[in-house]
Design a protein around this ligand. Structure first.
Ligand code: NAD
Length: 483
């Protein structure tokens, strides 16, 4: 007998308890060897005054089992409540969000009958670091962080996933024609890692045209790997155009733990009525069974589920006169899947997980020696709203602060160069970047500190600085010409 694998289960809120009971019933009927540890997370915990929504006991269980099967949760309205999804992903380092989006034509309505793509979204970085500031009266910023280890881990994960699932192609989407350093790094790492997988085709699209192509002809895509924000948006687009938001599950994989959930929410209006479709959570459970090394259970459940869909046994959300045969509730749907365990679909393609681990475990990034870093300048950001915001007045004032090995080279406003030789049409806000470069050799921090002292003593309000560095002689900063 397979030894039982402990898993942490949260029944969630709204329709959560119904779809979790149904999914666990199917998995166990298929022979899942799991030992369930139930934890309380979500609305009740939030409302008891715990703003994280997770009771400490739940962390203890998660750290021990390292597998989290989670029904949807309700985040109470209002500020101060942290999203459990974000907290769990970040705390446990679940960097890879894997979301298969397939259409089930002709049994479920879709505009894209042959769609079968897997979105692999980076889950921890990018604009989601949550580092935001109001800097001036008019300007707010959010820091976009893309890291080499983060990019390496997610991109390698995508190629590993493709290889183990017999997928033919991995596509990356970035906006590196604009964000040359951040998205440029993601693209470069993609090209580097793709070389290690010569058996898998690779391609890169700028995210705007790539997204348009994916929405138009998803049959031309296979596995798509994306930085966090594009992945967040496009994984919902992909699920929606497959015609199956209620059917999609997702896996969140890290080096130390994994979380499996439906992509939809807790649908509170449908709660307690035996109406909800458990398919999204069940398909997440299928990925979980693969992850914990019980692929034969995953295969039995997935094929029985496909057969149920094919037989027209549908919950209200996918029921369609003329195509569906029987409208069922959550429990009856679960029983219909259980009754088909051991069967395979006849029109839809059966799945096969027997070959092994099709949900790769999360890996670590390579450790590399640091580059030689030299500071060659500094961008000083200022709040300035004088002299009718005339850049030439600002340029003249700041130029007087040159010296001690630093010289004002350029001023920009919202990234557009406005001094020297700016254009009078450029619209300026109250937020300026003054670029001072070294007049010879590497700078010391002391020179930057003394420059800031001169800037402050002259009555300027500096709001932040960014050091301009070279790494092995390569500039680690954009040229700031307002390209
Ligand atoms: P939702 O996904 O709960 O519902 C959107 C629509 O889809 C509703 O009409 C609902 O009835 C329907 N629907 C969703 N899942 C269904 C299912 N399994 N079967 C049948 N119909 C289904 O999105 P929402 O209404 O925007 O959010 C409700 C709550 O869920 C909010 O509190 C939100 O914060 C939370 N939420 C949680 C998660 C999560 O835990 N992963 C994700 C999204 C939203």
């Amino acid at each position: 007998m397979t030894p039982k694998t402990p898993i942490t289960v949260a029944y969630g809120d709204g329709i959560g308890p119904e779809i979790m009971s149904a999914s666990l019933h199917i998995l166990q009927a298929a022979g899942a060897a799991i030992e369930i540890e139930t934890v309380e997370v979500g609305e009740k915990v939030y409302l008891s005054g715990n703003t994280s929504g997770i009771e400490p006991k739940a962390w203890e269980s998660l750290r021990r089992t390292k597998v989290f099967y989670k029904a949807p949760l309700t985040t109470p309205q209002g500020t101060g409540f942290k999203s459990i999804n974000v907290t769990t992903r970040k705390t446990l380092g679940l960097y890879a969000n894997v979301r298969p989006c397939a259409s089930y034509h002709p049994f479920i309505k879709t505009k894209h009958p042959v769609m079968d793509i897997v979105i692999i979204r980076e889950n921890e970085e990018d604009l989601y670091a949550g580092i935001e500031h109001r800097q001036t009266d008019e300007v707010y910023q959010c820091l976009k962080l893309i890291t080499r280890p983060g990019s390496e881990k997610i991109i390698r994960y995508a190629f590993e996933y493709a290889r183990r699932n017999n997928r033919k192609k991995v596509t990356a989407f970035t906006k590196d024609n604009i964000m040359k350093l951040t998205d440029g790094l993601f693209h470069r790492v993609f090209d580097e890692i793709a070389v290690e997988y010569p058996d898998i085709e690779n391609e890169h699209w700028i995210v705007d045209i790539g997204a348009a192509k994916m929405a138009d002809t998803p049959e031309n895509f296979d596995v798509i790997v994306l930085p966090n924000l594009y992945g967040d948006v496009l994984s919902d687009v992909a699920a929606q155009i497959a015609g199956s938001v209620g059917l999609a599950g997702s896996a969140n994989i890290g080096e130390h733990a994994a979380m499996f959930e439906a992509i939809h929410g807790s649908a509170p209006r449908r709660a307690g009525q035996n109406l909800a479709n458990p398919s999204g959570l069940l398909l997440a459970g299928v990925m979980m069974m693969v992850h914990i090394g019980q692929p034969e259970v995953a295969e039995r459940v997935h094929n029985a589920w496909l057969r149920t869909i094919e037989d027209g046994v549908h919950t209200y959300d996918i029921f369609r006169e003329g195509v569906s045969r029987q409208k069922v509730g959550t429990k009856e749907f679960a029983e219909a899947v259980v009754a088909r365990l051991g069967q395979t679909p006849q029109t839809l393609k059966p799945v096969s997980y027997a070959a092994g681990e099709s949900i790769p475990p999360g890996g670590a990034a390579a450790i590399r020696p640091p580059a030689r870093k030299e500071t060659v300048g500094v961008d000083v950001f200022l709040a300035w709203d004088e002299a009718g915001r005339d850049p030439n007045v600002l340029g003249e004032k700041l130029r007087r602060l040159n010296g001690d090995g630093l010289e004002l080279m350029m001023i920009s406003n919202r990234g557009q160069k406005v001094w020297p030789n700016g254009s009078p049409e450029t619209f300026c806000v109250d937020h300026w970047r003054a670029r001072f470069m070294s007049t010879g050799g590497a700078l010391h921090h002391g020179q930057i500190v003394r420059l800031l002292e001169r800037v402050a003593n002259d009555g300027f309000d500096f709001i932040k600085t960014e050091n301009l560095c070279t790494f092995d002689g390569e500039p680690g900063f954009s040229l700031g010409q307002g390209q």
